[in-house]
Design a protein around this ligand. Sequence first.
Ligand SMILES: C[S@@+](CC[C@H](N)C(=O)[O-])C[C@H]1O[C@@H](n2cnc3c(N)ncnc32)[C@H](O)[C@@H]1O
Length: 302
Amino acid sequence: MSVLHDTRSYHLNHPIDLMTEFTVCESLGSPGSPTLRALGMPKSYGAVLGERLRDRGLFGKGCRICEIGGGYGSLMRGLLEAHRDDVDRVVMVDLSRALIGIQRRALEPWQDRVSFVLGDALELLPAISGVDLFLVNEMIGDLPVWTGLDPKNLPPEARSVIRRYRLAVPEAGPFHFNIGAIRLVEAVCRKGVPAFLSEHSSDPVIPRTMPFLVKGLATDGWPREIRLTSHSEYTIRFSHLEQVARALGREVETGSLLELIGYSQAEKARFIFNARACATDEQALVFEFLDHVREYRWLIIR
Ligand SMILES: C[S@@+](CC[C@H](N)C(=O)[O-])C[C@H]1O[C@@H](n2cnc3c(N)ncnc32)[C@H](O)[C@@H]1O
């Protein structure tokens, strides 16, 4: 039986504990983090993301950024620490009052240029203006998902979206469909503003230099449930998001998050990953990170 899975009332009332979830933002949150040290990388995720977006011409002097679902504010803190002179304005949009409070404290040094909006991104996006770039990091997996779908008996909303964008679905069900992530991509596309999104994917891209990371992973799969404390999120079928953005006249670029952050110690990674070598704390951190992040994909819409 198909059911619309919706975590919005959960996020509204229970701030998620990001320490019980593995998030790239928190693991690579500050230059001294144990995971960054184990990976031999000097810069925080926010700092590196700023560089990658600058390389692609999406970020630079005077930039006005809107981050949707900023959690503890770690990505934005890292980005502002490294690129403060380039950022003119920041708007943080989040459904959780408690997390907005944490973000406000994390971003206090830049309080003159940061504002906070409490609400559901799917409802608020059409009203947001004066933004040059949207950042949506590890948030779309929390948006509504049609679960348990039968391809031959789809609910009208799912059927019309699948037909409109000619999205592939499996021949036999049940399968899950990221309707909320698609609605968010539609809303971003209508704004005509570039966006960076990242999330766990059901169709991950494996870095060319680390083919061993594919072991046990479906690279053309359908969204699967990830059970977390008191709620679930779903992996994202990124090829669907790409197709929606293209159909709405936007250009897209996508790839592996591991590649984007610039982790390049392929030989060391191969040894630790294949041998599941966790003899030292450093190896254990690298293994945990690789095992997790290999499923992550990013998407730039411009
Ligand atoms: C898994 S956390 C990710 C936090 C952070 N971006 C990171 O990468 O660690 C999801 C974030 O999205 C927010 N969120 C979930 N659903 C939302 C919605 N419909 N509108 C706005 N924010 C939402 C949550 O409150 C939380 O801040």
